[in-house]
Design a protein around this ligand. Structure first.
Ligand code: BG6
Length: 485
């Protein structure tokens, strides 16, 4: 690990508090930050270093499972943090930031490697990178890396514009676009599951798999984010990024050698082979939904249009389901079903691989009891892999019945998504970050859906909060002879 300065824009914000500080702290406690480093927090507020350190401590207290008051490691950690007030749009202000970076580099023996983490609203991405260039803080003897969060644009045009701006200051290899789903252990495991298990690898194609389902259901509603969510909807908030990233991870072919370039290339190949939608067929392959009122875990919750900040006439999507086809030699003929929504029955992100079912034909008697073989990868909140098989039960006169073999990952001990993503940034491994090509291809594929939603050419199905989405999403599969697992 190289020494580095971690320059955090938006250091007083929510993401820093909930995710970034706890992630850095865990890495520190685990002795994974082995070289000297400095953290420089930037925000609008006029804070001193002490106030900032107190804020970091407070956030660890609330959001780090490993926080212990009066811990020597904690004090050492907090000492690393410095603060500088900055209006990101004012290039003059960057001088003070530059001086602070340099003085900390000198003091700690840091060799000029710099991470610029933009934990701010995307409207500031362009101006910040341009000021990074103007002020010279991006120039040093070491490497520089830019970390940005989604949303990366709001459609294909704005995403390209944004990328062009960033590209004027940072090379593609220097840009780490976070999709926190790629930091989830079980999403990362999708690669190993195939590549490290020849048995599964040999079954990973259209000869053996009948369909693949990817679900990300949430019980929460729009929370306090109506202003953002009204502009985004489930399609931009979850589908274009997290869901399509999971699709790429599940469907990508094995590279000859495992390295970031090959993996990202194989992922892009999937997007290139996704059958495009058009105005006419979008309604046939996509279901749009919005939650009505209902009950979740015994609690009555309001409809989307009754949420604070949401117009009563809003036709925003809080649920999207789609059937996708990958027209390559491996997946031709296998439907991929994706669904995501808010205010659903359960919080669950999972991938289900349904294998073809010759057993139904072989065992005449067992037609009713035999189920297809399923490989179920639970991504969160549970992390597990299970395989559903059919076995004869001697106690039931040899009738076959489903049994489940399950491996559960040791939950709480595993690093959180942000921990591994920040660690990968520091060591320069971009494997689990979205490459521009993936982002561009994703927006391109989603574009006809955005237009259909905007033009209202697709029905908006209501679903009761606490359900698994609108009936139309069940029909999407039923028409093909499948059910959601
Ligand atoms: C975020 C979305 O990217 O992911 C949120 O903006 C969503 O709307 C969240 O709730 C879900 O993430 P997770 O890790 O809880 O599944």
């Amino acid at each position: 690990m190289d020494s580095f300065s971690f320059v955090l824009f938006g250091a007083t914000g929510d993401l820093a508090k909930r995710k970034i500080f706890p992630a850095l702290y865990n890495l520190f406690l685990d002795n994974r930050l082995t070289a000297p480093f400095s953290v420089i927090g930037l925000g609008r507020r006029n804070w001193t270093d002490e106030v900032f350190q107190f804020h970091v401590k407070n956030s660890l207290n609330h959001f780090s499972r490993r926080f212990k008051e009066h811990d020597a490691m904690l004090d050492d950690f907090l000492q690393i943090f410095r603060y500088c007030a900055l209006d990101v749009t004012n290039s003059e202000g960057y001088k003070a930031v530059h001086e602070l970076i340099l003085s900390r580099e000198k003091e700690l023996g840091i060799l000029g490697n710099r991470v610029f983490y933009l934990s701010v609203s995307p409207e500031f991405f362009g101006i910040i990178t341009s000021n990074i260039e103007k002020s010279g803080i991006g120039v040093s003897k070491g490497w520089k890396r830019l970390v940005i969060e989604k949303p990366f644009g709001r459609d294909i045009t704005s995403a390209r514009e944004l990328n062009k701006k960033l590209g004027q200051v940072f090379e593609e290899e220097e840009i780490y676009r976070i999709d926190h789903y790629l930091g989830k252990q079980m999403v990362q495991n999708l690669e190993a599951l195939k590549l490290a298990n020849p048995m599964l690898q040999s079954l990973w194609d259209n000869k053996n798999i009948s369909n693949i389902q990817i679900t990300a259901s949430e019980t929460v509603g729009v929370e306090e984010r109506a202003a953002y969510y009204e502009q985004a909807g489930a399609i931009r908030d979850m589908f274009q990024n997290h869901m399509l990233q999971m699709l790429m991870m599940v469907a990508m072919q094995s590279p000859e050698h495992i390295n970031p370039e090959n993996i990202r290339k194989k992922k892009s190949d999937i997007m290139k082979h996704l059958r495009p939608l058009n105005k006419k067929n979008t309604a046939f392959h996509v279901v749009r939904g919005q939650y009505g009122s209902g009950e979740i875990n015994g609690e009555q919750v309001a409809a989307y249009i009754e949420e604070p900040g949401v117009e009563s006439s809003s036709r925003n999507d809080t649920f999207v389901a789609a059937r996708l086809w990958i027209d390559d030699y491996c997946w031709c003929g296998v439907p991929f079903y994706i669904r995501t929504g808010k205010r659903m029955k359960e919080k669950s992100t999972r991938v289900v691989i349904e294998f073809k079912s010759p057993i139904r034909d072989l065992y005449e008697d067992n037609k009713k009891t035999a189920v297809p073989n399923l490989l179920i990868i639970e991504i969160s909140p549970n992390e597990s892999v299970s395989l559903q098989l059919n076995l004869k039960n001697p106690a039931k006169y040899g009738k076959t019945e489903p049994v489940i073999l399950q491996f559960s990952a040791p939950g709480k001990e595993a690093p959180e998504a942000y921990e591994s993503l920040i660690f990968d940034t520091l060591r320069g491994d971009p494997t689990f970050f979205s490459h521009w090509e993936e982002v561009e291809l994703s927006w391109n594929w989603v574009q006809p859906i955005l237009e259909a939603f905007k033009d209202n050419t697709l029905p908006l199905h209501s679903y009761p909060a606490g359900s698994m989405g609108p009936e139309a999403a069940q029909q999407l599969l039923a028409g093909d002879g499948f059910i959601w697992w």
